[in-house]
Each structure stands twice: as C-alpha cells, then as structure tokens.
Design a protein around this ligand. Structure first.
Ligand code: URA
Length: 208
C-alpha cells in the first residue's frame, strides 16, 4: 500500500479554507467538491490510454483516449457524499456505489445498513470517498465490504488522515492505495482529528 500526500498548491490552499472554522456551509461544500475534483485528477494518473485516430477540422490526428477502464466511486455515508459531484465532473461515466455503516454498540463491529454496488464491481477500479480517516475503522470496513462484493482494485481518497487510521489500513488492506491532502498529528478523546477541520459531515450538511 502507498500513502500519497497531495502537495499541489491549489489543494493545500483549499484545505486551509476547510480547516478555517469561519468558513460557512456553502463555501465548505463547494470547496470539498473542488478538492475532490483535484484529488480525482491525481488519483487517476495511472489510467491506461489507447491511441485512436480522430478527424480534426484540418486533418487527422493520432490522439489518446482512456482505455475502456471502468471506475466506481464509493462514497461512505454520509460525509463521502460531499465528494461525489466533484469526482463525477471529471469522470461522468463512473458508477456510484454507496456504503452506509454503523458501529454495533454491543460488539463495536461495523454493521452495513445500506450498501448498493453495481453488479460489475469486480471489473471496475473502485475509489472509496471518505473525507476523514481518523481511527480507520469505517474506511477499513468499507474496503472489506467492497472486497466481499467482489471488488479487486480499490483506492481511497480522504481529505485528511490521522496516523492511527493509516496504520490500521496499512495492516488490514495493504493493497489499497491512499490519497490524502494532509496527515495530522492525532486524535482527541472522541476520535476527531486534531487539529483537523471538525466534523466533515456536519459542516457539509449544516447539521451543527
Ligand atoms: N470524522 C470527522 O468528520 N471529523 C474528524 O475529525 C474525524 C472523523
């Protein structure tokens, strides 16, 4: 597994806007979408290309197209939904699978409460969208659920990550490549990333 920290100046500038507690809901949502689009650009660098011939207004050109590789974007409910539109702006043909998990209060194990994936998931490159990787519990369970549904190629995009979450993913899913905009210092007692950006879902959907 590899962890790639995306240092692009536009991404880093936009991350600062997300961290700022004075950024309001509308701007926060828009910037999450913009960062997702930039992350999508970075995470799809390894897509293979075919060469075709295309007729221009002035002649014929040999030119490249993406080689029939199919993508599935997999937002983890609910904060991952904030990243979907930005991703689809770059790859409108991608399918969107959804994963909803809660933690069983008795067993503390993640339980799937909603999961809808395209039937050809095993033929698609899956990109899990979860803005915050804190303990890594939800992300790891999401990767496992996707594998149970047949997924063979999985990447994970998170806007912010913390070391405990990355360590868990590295241990449990060494095959999953992770793209993030920054790795923060750690977690507080409620498993929020410190200094982080707060509760991503609440800030995207205005629920706090
Ligand atoms: N989820 C969030 O939304 N924020 C955190 O800091 C950690 C998990």
């Amino acid at each position: 597994m590899g962890v790639t920290v995306l240092e692009h100046p536009l991404i880093q500038h936009k991350l600062t806007l997300l961290r700022d507690k004075s950024t309001g809901g509308k701007e926060f949502r828009e910037v999450v979408g913009e960062i997702a689009m930039l992350m999508c650009y970075e995470a799809t660098r390894d897509l293979t290309l075919d060469e075709i011939e295309v007729e221009t207004p002035l002649g014929f050109a040999k030119s490249k197209v993406i080689a029939g590789k199919k993508l599935a974007f997999v937002p983890v409910l609910r904060a991952g939904l904030g990243m979907v539109d930005g991703m689809l702006r770059l790859v409108p043909a991608a399918k969107v699978a959804h994963i909803g998990l809660y933690r069983d209060p008795e067993t503390l194990q993640p339980v799937e409460y909603f999961c809808k994936v395209p039937p050809d998931i095993s033929e698609r490159d899956c990109i899990i969208l979860d803005p915050m990787i804190a303990t890594g519990g939800t992300a790891s369970a999401s990767a496992q659920f996707l594998k149970n549904y047949g997924a063979r190629s999985i990447k994970l995009l998170c806007i912010l990550a913390a070391p405990p979450g990355l360590e868990k993913l590295e241990k449990e899913h060494p095959d999953v490549d992770i793209f993030t905009c920054a790795i923060d210092g750690g977690l507080d007692a409620h498993a929020y990333i410190i200094p982080g950006l707060g509760d991503a879902g609440d800030r995207i959907f205005g629920t706090k």
